[in-house]
Design a protein around this ligand. Sequence first.
Ligand code: GLY
Length: 405
Amino acid sequence: MHPPTPSEGSPRPADVLVVGGGIIGLVTAWRAAQRGLAVTVVDPEPGGGAAQVAAGMLAAVTELHHGEQALLGLNLASARRYPDFAAELTEASGRGLGYRTCGTLAVALDSDDRAHLRELHALQSRSGLESEWLSGRECRRLEPMLAPGVRGGLRVDGDHQIDPRRLTAALLTACERAGVLFRRAWAERLDVAGDRARGVVLADGAALHAGQTVLAAGSLSGRLAGVPEAVLPPVRPVKGQVIRLTVPKPYAPFLSRTVRAVVRGSHVYLVPREDGELVVGATSEELGWDTTVTAGGVYELLRDAHELVPGITELPLTETRAGLRPGSPDNAPMLGPTRLPGLQLATGHYRNGVLLTPVTGDVMAQALTTGELPEEARPFTPRRFAGPAAPFPALPTQSFTEQPA
Ligand code: GLY
């Protein structure tokens, strides 16, 4: 048993309980505490979750998809906040975030890829987004390590990156400094009395009460026992395998910006950090809560990344890991009050959790202090999903099982 820390187990009553201490839970807690609310985060290991695996691309433009125009608005709103958010969080935590305004190059290897990229370019232009079409030669001039076979690409200087592990560590420190309390335990079930949520019951039977409970547990958010079916968030886990390589110092810079492509229908991206880490991701697999790293997953990532940048096979492979994106039925997050008074959601961020961190913090702070969503977040009310949705049947009675990576 470790001794209690100053931020653990205090009897002080909370205004807000945040269930889940990943980046979304932490940014919600930090922003709410800054508004004067007494906040407790419930998580056996705060600072875990999908951000420990994510590459950290801030890719509102290069990850644009047909039919996601509303989400684009929220993504862009969050991307615009990133410079100030990063500066404020760095100041509040005394920690660097690895935030790089390095831009992104999306490239095509064959005529199918090129047609796909032309289509994306047209969609970006129709959406008023800045991106520039480059020939293969122009791509290689920007990034000399690219394969000679690259046929063309899109230069998007506005898509940046951050190191999600450093972001998480900074949010933890900022929360502690803002007076957020941490209860290192599993939330067993939602405590509902009459017609409102009034907190959670922990695995050891202890009850924590608060005026507002925020469910921010990523892909596990649909599994908290006691949540009435009509407000249970329809999130599902979407597995992403990611590998990390290291660029030894004499070879730096290996890549100067994020390079990505769709190869045989699969997305692959290479995200170079300033410290030499090169993150290569990601698979997209609907396999429930499985976080096994498979030979096939690693093989496909290396094969596709090697087609883009052949020199990667020379680099040391330093880590392989899988995380779970919290998928939602429309690929967009669920933010703010549910139809159950006292229960709010901050979940379902799917591919955009890191990008949406700044706007989520602001939106949730407003929702928790006023009960209303700001205009920009109204399309993302959880109330858009009418009635129950059960992505996976036969949930165990134990609300949360082992926290995935
Ligand atoms: N946004 C990158 C991914 O979800 O893999």
